[in-house]
Ligand binder design. Structure first.
Ligand code: SF4
Length: 418
C-alpha cells in the first residue's frame, strides 16, 4: 500500500493570489456598448468595463432585464478576461456515505430516518472499494458528503480519511459541508477549528460548498429549520480559509426565496471572500422539487437558471470560478452556460444520491464520460481543460497523470492502476 511522502502532501498556506481574486481588465472592444440593448444595463456595463463593484440594485436590474443576450455578453466578458476560452472539468467520484440524517429539510428528498424505506449507510470497506474503482478510472478527486448521521462517532470520519489518504495518496479528498462540520463539532465536543484540524491531519484537502442554501432567516425558518444558520456557515468557511483549506460556495435557488434574497446571499459571500479569501468557485444549484416536501413548486425555468449563472459571475467579482453543476443544471444548459459566464462544468461524478433528476432510487448512476464533456465544451466554442480540485491543469499519459503549473508539485507524477 502506498504511503504519503512529503512531496505528495497537499499544498497549504497562501490560498488565492491577488490575481485570482481580481477580475483582469475587460476587453472593452469585445464588449460593445452598442450591443447592450436594454438601457438599464448600460451603466452596469460601464461599471464592469471599469472594474467597479456591482451593487444589490445592479443585481436586481440584471435579474429584471429581458435582454438575456446582453446579460450573457456582460458575464462572458468577465469570464473571458479571467479564463479566455478555457472551460474546466475534472475526473471525480462522488460518494454519499449515508442518507440517514438527524434533520428533515423540506427541500431535501435525500434524507431518511434509520429503518425507513430507502435508508442506507455504506461501511468504510464499501467506501474503500468505491475509492479503488475511482482510482482505476483515473479520478483525481473524491467528493464525500452525507446526511447528519446521528450515531457515527467523529473518529469514524477521521479514520475514513486517513485510510483513504494512505490507500490513494494521489487523490484529493474534498469532503464534508459546513453543516457536517458543525455536526462533528457537536458530537465530538470540539471547536470548529479543532474539528477542521483533525480532518486536515487525517487527509482533508478542501471543503465543498453545500449547505449554504439561502442566507436568510425567513427562508431558513420556513424550509430548513434546525440547520446551521448563515452566520454559522460563513464562520466555518472563514475558519477553513484561515487554516489554509480552500472551499467552494453554493446557493440553492428557485424555491421560496425572492430574487433580492439571492442577491443578498451573493453579497455575503463576496464580503467573506474579501475578508478571508479561500472560495474557489460559486456553484448556483437549481432547485429540483421532485420527491421533496416542496414538490408542489415548479422549480426554476431554464431562463432563470441561465440568469442566475450569469448574474453570479457578475456579482462575485472576487471569485475565480463559476461552476454549472450539470446534475442540477442539466448537461445541455451547462453547455449553453459556457457562453453566459460559466467556466467549469464539474466532473464525471459517476454516482450521485442527493439529487436524482429522473426520480427514483434506481437512478443513482449519473455519469458523464470525459469524451462527452470535452465534446460538449468544444461545441460551445471553448477549450476543454482537465483540472484537479485546486484548478491546476492535469496532464494525462498512459497509466498515470500529473498536475502542471504548481511550484509545490511541479514534476510530481501520480500513477493509477490500469
Ligand atoms: S439537506 Fe442535508 S441536513 Fe437537510 S435533511 Fe437533507 S441531508 Fe439532512
Amino acid at each position: 500500500m502506498p504511503t504519503i511522502s512529503d512531496a505528495q502532501r497537499l499544498p497549504t498556506g497562501p490560498l488565492l493570489s491577488a490575481g485570482e481574486l481580481q477580475t483582469p481588465p475587460i476587453d472593452a472592444a469585445a464588449l460593445s456598448m452598442a450591443d447592450i440593448r436594454d438601457p438599464a444595463l448600460r451603466p452596469i456595463a460601464e461599471k464592469i468595463c471599469t472594474r467597479r463593484r456591482l451593487s444589490a440594485e445592479d443585481g436586481m436590474a440584471l435579474f429584471e432585464t429581458r435582454d438575456i443576450h446582453s446579460l450573457g455578453a456582460l458575464a462572458n466578458s468577465v469570464r473571458t478576461a479571467r479564463h479566455g476560452r478555457k472551460a474546466f472539468y475534472n475526473i471525480n467520484r462522488h460518494i454519499n456515505y449515508s442518507n440517514i440524517c438527524a434533520l428533515s429539510c423540506k427541500f431535501c428528498e435525500f434524507h431518511r430516518k434509520r429503518g425507513e424505506s430507502g435508508a442506507y449507510e455504506y461501511s468504510a470497506e464499501t467506501i474503500f472499494e468505491f475509492a479503488d474503482q475511482a482510482a482505476v478510472a483515473g479520478a483525481t478527486e473524491l467528493h464525500i458528503v452525507g446526511g447528519l448521521h446521528p450515531w457515527l462517532p467523529f473518529d469514524w470520519y477521521t479514520g475514513l480519511l486517513s485510510h483513504l489518504r494512505r490507500r490513494h495518496p494521489q487523490m484529493h479528498l474534498k469532503c464534508f459541508t459546513a453543516i457536517e462540520i458543525d455536526h462533528f463539532s457537536r458530537i465530538a465536543r470540539l471547536s470548529v477549528r479543532e474539528v477542521l484540524m483533525a480532518l486536515k491531519e487525517a487527509g482533508l484537502g478542501s471543503m465543498p460548498g453545500g449547505g449554504a442554501e439561502v442566507f436568510d432567516d425567513r427562508v431558513h425558518d420556513e424550509v430548513f429549520k434546525g440547520k446551521l444558520r448563515s452566520d454559522g456557515w460563513l464562520d466555518i468557511h472563514r475558519t477553513a480559509h484561515e487554516m489554509g483549506i480552500r472551499t467552494n460556495a453554493t446557493i440553492l435557488y428557485g424555491h421560496i426565496e425572492t430574487r433580492r434574497e439571492r442577491i443578498d446571499h451573493l453579497i455575503k459571500l463576496r464580503e467573506l471572500q474579501d475578508a478571508a479569501p479561500g472560495f474557489q468557485c460559486i456553484i448556483p444549484l437549481s432547485f429540483v422539487p421532485d420527491g421533496s416536501e416542496l414538490g408542489h413548486l415548479p422549480g426554476p425555468t431554464g431562463l432563470e437558471d441561465i440568469k442566475m449563472l450569469a448574474l453570479s459571475r457578475l456579482m462575485l467579482d472576487n471569485f475565480p470560478h463559476v461552476k454549472a453543476f450539470w446534475i442540477m443544471q442539466t448537461m445541455k444548459l451547462s453547455q449553453v452556460s459556457l457562453n453566459f459566464g460559466v467556466d467549469d462544468i464539474d466532473g464525471t461524478v459517476v454516482w450521485y444520491d442527493i439529487t436524482k433528476r429522473e426520480g427514483g432510487l434506481g437512478n443513482r448512476h449519473q455519469e458523464q464520460t470525459v469524451a462527452d464533456m470535452r465534446r460538449l465544451i468544444a461545441e460551445a466554442g471553448c477549450i476543454p481543460v482537465e483540472r484537479d480540485t485546486l484548478y491546476r491543469p492535469v496532464e494525462r499519459y498512459p497509466g498515470g497523470w500529473r498536475v502542471l503549473e504548481s511550484a509545490a508539485q511541479k514534476g510530481q507524477v501520480h500513477g493509477f492502476q490500469t
